[in-house]
Design a binder for this molecule. Sequence first.
Ligand code: GLC
Length: 422
Amino acid sequence: MTNFSKRALLLCGSLLAFAASAQAAEIAMAANSTGKNLNFIRERLAEFEKQSGHKVKLVTMPPSSSEQFSQYRLWLAAGNTDVDVYQTDIVWAPQLADQFVDLTAAAKDVIGQHFPSVVASQTVDGKLVAMPMYTDAPAMFYRKDLLDKYGKQPPKTWKEMAETAKEIQDKERAAGQKDMWGFVFQGSAYEGLTCNALEWVASAGGGHIVETNGDITINNEKAAAALDMAKSWIGTISPQGALAYKEEEARGVWQTGNSVFMRNWPYAYALGNGADSAIKGKFSVAPLPAGADGEAPASTLGGWNVAVSKYSKSQDAAIELVKFLTSAETQKKRAVELSNMPTIAALYDDKDVAAAQPFMPQWKPIFETAVPRPSAATKVKYNEVSSKFWGAVHNTLSGSGTAAENLELLEVELTDLKGSGW
Ligand code: GLC
C-alpha cells in the first residue's frame, strides 16, 4: 500500500468515528414518578440505548402534576438545555406550545394510529406539540368481596355510593376492621382535585367551569350542591386526611385494604393486582357514578405525552426517543405491565392486553366520552384557572366558606383573569 492510500484509509477511519460520535447523543428526559412509571421508563430507556447508541439520563419529577408543571415552566422560561425530552400532562399543550419542537413531520408515518381526539389535544395552531404516550379516564374502584358480602351493587349515583360506603364501612368497623373507610379520592389542593371536582360538578349538570366558548359558568346552584355533597363525605366516609391525598396516598389506603371505594386512574388496577397487594383479586372497576338516576356520569379526560424542548441541542435523538416511547410496542408493554390506556386504537383489540387487563377493552367508551378540562378554552391561563378552582373546592371541603360563597368569589376571580379574553 502506498503511503498515500494508507493516509487516505486513516482519514476515512477517523471520519467514520467522527460521524458515529456525532450521531450518538447524550440526552435527558424528565418524567413523572407516580406508580411504577419511572421503573418502566428506566427499563425502556435501557432498550432504547441499546438500539440507538444514544445515552439517556432520567430526571425524576414529583408525582404531583401541578408541581411538575411549575418546575417545567421555570426551566423552559430560562431556556434550559439540560432537559431534551419532557413527559407532559394532556392539559399543558396550549401553555407550553411555544417551548416545544413541532413534531408534525417526524410523526407523520405513525400519527394516524392514535386516537384523533388525543392528537387534537396536543395540536396547537397546527403544531404537534407532543406525541401521545397514554390516555387516562378514571374509574370507581370497588371491593367486590365486600359488596358481595353485604349484597350491594356498584353504585349508579354519588348518593348511592355514599350510602353503600357508609353502611359497609360501619359494619366492617363493628366487625373489628377499625381502619376501614368508605371512600378515598384526591382531595389535596392540586390538579388532581380539579379533575375530581369537575366530575362531581359536571355529573350534576353544573357545567365545566369554563365552557368551550370561554364563558365562565361555575357559579351555579348545581355546582354548589355538588361541592356540598363532597364536603359531607369528609370525616364520615372519607378520612380528614383525604384533603391532602394525591393519587398515591389514596391508593395507599385502598391497597392496604382500608377502603370500600376509591376514585383513581387505571394505573391503580395493575398495582392493586400486584403480588404485594392486600386486595389482589378482591376488587373490580366501574364507571364513576352519575349525579342522579338516569343521568350520565362524567369522567375527566387525563393522559400523558412526550415533547421535545426547542432548547435541546440534540433534537434528532430526542425525537427518536419520543417515537420509541410512543410506539405501538412500548404502548402495548405499558398497557400490559402498568394498565395505562393506549392512545393507539388497535391495541384495544389486542389479546395480550385484554388478557393482562380485562377491564381495558370496556374502558375505551369511557375514555371516548370523557370530559376535557377547559385547557383549550383558557389557553395560556389554564393553570391559573385550575388553581383558582381547586383552591375554591379545597376551601369548601375544609370548611373555609360555603360552596356558594366560594364559587361566587371564584367567578369574580376568573372574570378578572379572563380580562378582555382568554
Ligand atoms: C392523571 C391524569 C392527568 C391529571 C392528573 C391529575 O395523571 O392522567 O391528566 O392531570 O392525573 O392528578
